[in-house]
Design a binder for this molecule. Structure first.
Ligand code: NAD
Length: 351
């Protein structure tokens, strides 16, 4: 399956296929005519797919190197960028060469940032291997690293030349990260795709879902691609993709990124904000219950612990970003329909 993201001279294709890695060298060769390729990955992903991709590209005649970082969010640092820039320089990578981001969202963001900044920008191909990266972070061109002051504070909009998704890679993804990605899949269903919600209700678990995963990933990429085409730089409609995220980010930050993963925090955020909209009569009654049922079937938490409620509502209120300012919130009106509502941090007072 193939779809394109149309952004004039920055347009690219997303290819989704079971077993795509077997043809990876040909796929890369179709969009990249240079000589050198530098793969950036993490140790978990390298263990399963590093050799396969490296030898396929070398056999095709590409001069290819691989740089392996430890897994985890903490590698998204400027210090690690400097290390990678030095390796790129030793490899004499030029602007007509290519960087491949092979991994989950962490590697996609990090290697994308390096591609955007090294020599003022070299070609980038995203090869996402986690569910979250396949449905979300590899598409749309947001790349970033973290500062001690916060996540993703330094970054670019930098579109890849292509996104290659081999759905078979999900077979090695641990359950926890699969559930995390399902949080984002369900977000798309809630904001835009009622039929996908109905389908997901029937699957109920990972095993059933995997039989149809290509189609699900395709639908998510299509929604994200369409939204990015209308609002590449995130000033309008792209905000819809933030459904559940204001609260989700607050939950993550308040619990110091230790208690909940991103997908878990967003899952709670989607349900809790919908409960607030229900109380205000903004959306369909019992919508939050519908969301909860399907999120729970994919092992995602949906309820904020009572002892956090007051603290998190204060935490949002006191966030510098929101002080004196209006807050854009995403409301799902009924499954598949959403809109942006201007509000303020007081909105969360009765959390
Ligand atoms: P991740 O990259 O850390 O991957 C999760 C874990 O799964 C890691 O341990 C990784 O090594 C492992 N893994 C990945 N693919 C695997 C596979 N096929 N088999 C076995 N193990 C595998 O985390 P993530 O959840 O993919 O991404 C989270 C990151 O994405 C965050 O840094 C977040 O900021 C970013 N993000 C970016 C965007 C964007 O638009 N750029 C959107 C959402 C999230």
């Amino acid at each position: 399956m193939k779809l394109s993201v149309n952004l004039k001279e920055r347009s690219y294709n997303i290819k989704i296929e079971k077993g795509l890695f077997k043809n990876i060298a040909k796929e890369v060769g179709d969009v990249f005519k240079g000589e050198k390729i530098f793969i950036i990955t993490d140790d978990n992903v390298e263990k399963y797919y590093g050799n396969e991709i490296l030898s396929a590209l070398r056999n095709e005649g590409f001069n290819t190197e691989i740089l392996i970082f430890p897994h985890g969010e903490s590698i998204k640092s400027l210090k690690n960028c400097e290390f990678a820039y030095e390796k790129l320089s030793e490899f004499h990578l030029s602007r007509s060469d290519l960087i491949i981001a092979l991994g989950g969202g962490v590697i996609g963001d990090f290697a994308g940032f390096i591609a955007a900044s090294y020599l003022r920008g070299v070609n980038l191909i995203q090869v996402p291997t986690s569910l979250l990266a396949q449905v979300d972070s590899s598409i749309g061109g947001k790349v970033a690293v973290n500062l001690t002051q916060g996540k993703n504070l330094v970054g670019f909009f930098y579109q890849p030349k292509a996104v290659f998704i081999d759905t078979e890679t999900l077979n090695t993804l641990p359950d926890k990260f699969f559930s995390d990605g399902m949080g984002e899949v369900l977000k798309y269903a809630f904001i835009r795709d009622e039929p996908m919600y109905e389908t997901l209700l029937k699957f109920k678990n990972r095993e059933n879902l995997m039989k149809n995963i290509g189609e699900i990933i395709y639908r998510c990429c299509k929604i994200k691609g369409e939204i990015v085409e209308k609002d590449e730089r995130d000033t309008g409609e792209r905000l819809l993709l933030n459904f559940g995220h204001t609260l989700g980010h607050a939950i993550e930050a308040y619990t110091k990124y230790k208690e909940y993963s991103h997908g878990e925090a967003v899952s709670i955020g989607m349900v809790e904000i919908t409960k607030l909209f229900e109380k205000k009569g903004v959306c369909e009654k019992n919508l939050s219950e519908k969301m909860e049922a399907v999120l729970k079937s994919f092992q995602l938490p949906t309820v904020l612990r009572d002892e956090y409620r007051k603290n998190i509502s204060d935490f949002i209120k006191n966030d510098k970003k929101f002080l004196n300012g209006k807050l854009n919130l995403v409301a799902v009106m009924k499954i598949g329909e959403s809109k942006i509502i201007k509000s303020s941090s007081d909105f969360f007072q009765n959390l």
